[in-house]
Design a protein around this ligand. Structure first.
Ligand SMILES: C[S@@+](CC[C@H](N)C(=O)[O-])C[C@H]1O[C@@H](n2cnc3c(N)ncnc32)[C@H](O)[C@@H]1O
Length: 235
């Protein structure tokens, strides 16, 4: 009798687990790029909500540390600029700062967040896949929280092409990566999500003229990693 009960409990647990797995998969399949959501309240409360995330602080730590390894007085483009979270780090390094974002509401939130520093940044509204800057105009381009969930894979590749065109030396790019197994190549309209392996992502960077100098983990779990890549332009 006891054995029967134990089997029943085990079966129930397994059922619950697989149900959860299927639901997660369905949710992931349904996931769409989130690029057009950063307006109104989402923009207004963006920083307040993100500050509660451990990964927000870890990202800041990594970016500040990587920038610290570079010379002062560089020209940086932050795309998408969002609320200007990295602006104080650029100013610490006497960088000339440029930022571009599709949402005027995010740039208004940046004005609220950045105080005096805001005036030092050259900001504009635009599309990351059509950057309005000359070839190699920047020493470094920073791209956080964008490529793997905000746009589809097709657009993400266009953005990488643009980043590569406008930077002459470096890029910091944040990506989610798949930990085990092979890449599940996304369609051009689908967000990359956690579907591409480290090796394949490295090849993608390579195809856009970058070599990976380092990658720093923002977050890791059994499903994958969230990394900030320090990329160097290969001429
Ligand atoms: C998750 S936020 C990231 C902002 C910032 N990089 C950060 O780390 O907080 C995504 C940003 O992408 C912007 N965005 C969405 N589509 C865009 C596009 N095609 N070109 C430029 N910015 C875009 C949104 O307005 C939003 O500010």
């Amino acid at each position: 009798m006891m054995k029967k009960d134990a089997y029943r409990t085990k079966a129930k647990t397994l059922l619950r687990k697989s149900k959860r797995k299927i639901l997660r998969k369905l949710k992931m399949e349904k996931r769409e790029p989130e690029g057009d959501k950063y307006y109104g309240d989402k923009a207004k409360h963006y920083v307040r909500k993100r500050k509660k995330q451990k990964k927000w602080h870890r990202e800041n730590e990594i970016v500040r540390d990587l920038l610290g390894q570079l010379p002062d007085n560089l020209r940086v483009l932050d795309v998408p600029f969002g609320t200007g979270r990295f602006l104080p780090f650029y100013l610490e390094k006497d960088f000339q700062v440029y930022g571009l974002d599709a949402s005027e509401d995010m740039l208004s939130a940046a004005e609220e967040e950045c105080g005096e520093g805001f005036k030092k940044a050259n900001l504009q509204i635009g599309d990351a896949s059509h950057l309005p800057y000359e070839d190699q105009y920047f020493d470094i381009v920073v791209c956080a929280r964008f490529l793997t969930s905000i746009v589809g894979f097709g657009q993400a590749k266009k953005v990488l092409e643009e980043i590569s065109r406008v930077t002459s030396r470096y890029a910091l790019v944040e990506c989610k990566l798949k930990k085990n197994g092979k890449t599940a190549w996304p369609g051009d309209e689908d967000p990359i999500g956690r579907n591409i392996t480290y090796e394949d992502m490295t090849d993608i960077f390579k195809s856009f003229g970058f070599s990976v100098q380092s990658s720093s983990a923002v977050k890791s779990n059994k499903r994958g990693d969230l990394l900030i890549f320090f990329l160097k332009k290969v001429n």
